[in-house]
Design a protein around this ligand. Structure first.
Ligand SMILES: [Zn+2]
Length: 295
């Protein structure tokens, strides 16, 4: 029995007679926050030419470039496997995926038409999601697919909890993958957990369920900018087992539930993109209230 007493939250609710809240950020016609569904449907359904393909071996990470205006697809070619995703502006790695703002603007779990936003002061879409074969899956425990709630597994929290030194965590896999691009572990950021089913318990605690992806599942995005993308095939595999597989007692069990990931990059025809413009940063002209030197 798992002791959930560690949560500060209670399972019981109190009635205060309050009106039902509405989302803090909601769509309004013409909003720049939300994708033009018709336009992105056109991209999703257009003829695509496969330009590049990559395979990420189990329990490791890879990084690759995706040119603006192309589509890239993440896959689970041999069955269930969770994927930790990081994205940067290829030309300026200070601009990178901002999970928290994406969660507010769209939802804690993302699917088709949602966008993955960059951090301040850039705040513009890095990608728009054009396909999700798990189709905004929502199960009986509140588990949903592709979350911005959690982050990558890392060797520091593992050491804190277990006292062990494990080297194949997603944080480390992503770190090794981006080294050839001149980036370091300080560039690794909060991830999108792709193909992962997560939610919050009645005590508001993060939970993960086994990955339901099959060899035919995919998660597809349109690149709004030139991107550097890194993915990690989590050493937790399909999350059907507990552990990391770096100790003798669970090495075989964990290895058995770890599988590779696939990446496919497609070009799409220019005419499909008619009307598309590169996303701009908000033109905030203030200086955070700071004044220049007085004359
Ligand atoms: Zn991981």
């Amino acid at each position: 029995m798992v002791d959930t007493a560690a949560s500060s939250q209670t399972a019981e609710k109190t009635t205060y007679g309050l009106p039902k809240p509405i989302p803090a950020y909601y769509p309004h016609p013409g909003s720049k926050l939300y994708a033009d569904k018709e336009f992105y449907d056109k991209i999703a359904n257009s003829k695509k030419t496969l330009v590049k393909e990559y395979r990420c071996p189990p329990r490791s990470g890879i990084a690759f470039q995706v040119p603006a205006k192309s589509v890239f697809r993440l896959t689970t070619p041999e069955g269930p496997q969770v994927l930790d995703l990081n994205i940067w502006n290829l030309h300026n790695p200070r601009e990178r995926f901002w999970a928290a703002r994406t969660r507010q603007l769209h939802s804690a779990h993302v699917s088709t038409y949602d966008r993955l936003w960059s951090n301040l002061p850039y705040l513009r879409p890095l990608v728009t999601i054009t396909g999700d074969s798990l189709n905004a899956r929502h199960d009986e425990w509140g588990g949903r697919a592709h979350d911005t709630l959690g982050t990558r597994c890392d060797p520091y929290v593992d050491k804190l909890i277990s006292g062990e030194d494990n080297d194949l965590h997603c944080h480390s896999n992503l770190t090794r993958a981006i080294l050839p691009y001149g980036l370091t572990e300080f560039d690794v950021h909060d991830v999108l957990n792709v193909f992962q089913i997560t939610g919050l318990t009645e005590n508001d605690q993060y939970f993960m369920e086994a990955c339901p992806a099959t060899k035919d599942d995919y998660f597809e995005m349109f690149a709004e900018q030139d991107l550097l993308v890194a993915i990690s095939a989590c050493p937790g595999g399909d999350l059907s087992q507990w552990g990391w597989g770096e100790t003798d007692d669970n090495a075989q069990t964990m290895t058995d539930c770890c599988r590779p990931l696939g990446v496919e990059i497609y070009s799409i025809e220019e005419e499909v993109l008619e009307g598309w413009t590169a996303p701009e940063c908000p033109q905030y002209k203030g200086n955070h209230g700071l004044k220049g030197p007085s004359s």
